[in-house]
Design a protein around this ligand. Sequence first.
Ligand SMILES: Nc1ncnc2c1ncn2[C@@H]1O[C@H](COP(=O)(O)OP(=O)(O)OP(=O)(O)O)[C@@H](O)[C@H]1O
Ligand SMILES: [Mg+2]
Length: 341
Amino acid sequence: MAALVEIQNLEGYFDTIGGDVRAINSVNVAIEEGKVTGLVGETGSGKTMTALNIPRLMPENFRYVSGRVLFRGEDVLSWSEDRMELFRGDGVGIAFQDPKAALNPVFTVGEQLGRALRTHTDATKDEARQAALQILERVRITDPSRTIRQYAHELSGGMAQRVMVALAVIHPPTLLILDEPTTGLDVTVQAEIISMLRDLVESMGLTVLLITHDLGVVGELCDNVAVMYAGRTMEFGDISQVFEKPANPYTRELLRSTESVEGGVGDLYSIPGAPPDLRNLPQGCFFQDRCPSAADVCRTVPPVVEVEPGHVSMCHFAERYHSMPGPLHISKGAEAEGGPE
Ligand SMILES: Nc1ncnc2c1ncn2[C@@H]1O[C@H](COP(=O)(O)OP(=O)(O)OP(=O)(O)O)[C@@H](O)[C@H]1O
Ligand SMILES: [Mg+2]
């Protein structure tokens, strides 16, 4: 069955005074109906910008180079603005990154929820109020009748995140985008939000694109995952494929740093070096400067290799990485010269 959304070979850049910022370089993601698809990567890797292509909410200085964004097989990039307007209402709901800033400061939570519902339906004011109370309960707000009277600045980070989610699902969209729903929250609140989201997604049967920089969150909530680096999807597949047999050195390094954080003992591992400058990207693979197995061939653009059905990796050594045992304890010395043997 074809996926609900397929982003295919998407490429584009931001036109800025300082030059072109090449933020989207080769993005391939499939979002299957009824599943949670994760989009993971370091800050600035293009996660939010990839997602905003679906409702076409890109900043106005973004320029498309190539690619398609298919929704049920139709390219949304070719739709008229009127059609997009309808689609943004019913097709996609977004819980934006940084909810405290994204919520409207001059309306109460109740007014915002009411407006969100009444722009999609002809609910009366009273019905909208009832629906607002119900949805706040579903996102596990303890005192909904108090919260609907509050303003964004009165909410804690965790509460603001719950309200942001409630706004996105009060009229359930075909696709829900959750942008960093656990970032900036303390560990206990993160765990509560994850558990709430899991129940909500299951009980409402939602299709979700979940953006996070945290592979731990991906492991908790996602069925499939796309790993992004400098505007490229380096790897895509289902969770067990990607976590158990990663076919890309970047994914392996990310898994390794996540393990070391979660293990809580020993040295914290972080990937050496920094992502490339999007104004001045290297030829070939963007990860080559930080890769434990970079070789001469990495100066040419890597192919997108399907290592098993539905599991793809953008790496010259995808097959060899895929056949290596476990993601951890990579023997760096053995790989330093000429790629993984
Ligand atoms: N309007 C713009 N003009 C120029 N560059 C932009 C613009 N909007 C975003 N960018 C750049 O595009 C890149 C990708 O941004 P994006 O917001 O998608 O990153 P992200 O992966 O969501 O990061 P984070 O984890 O910090 O949210 C970043 O380098 C960002 O600075
Ligand atoms: Mg972002």
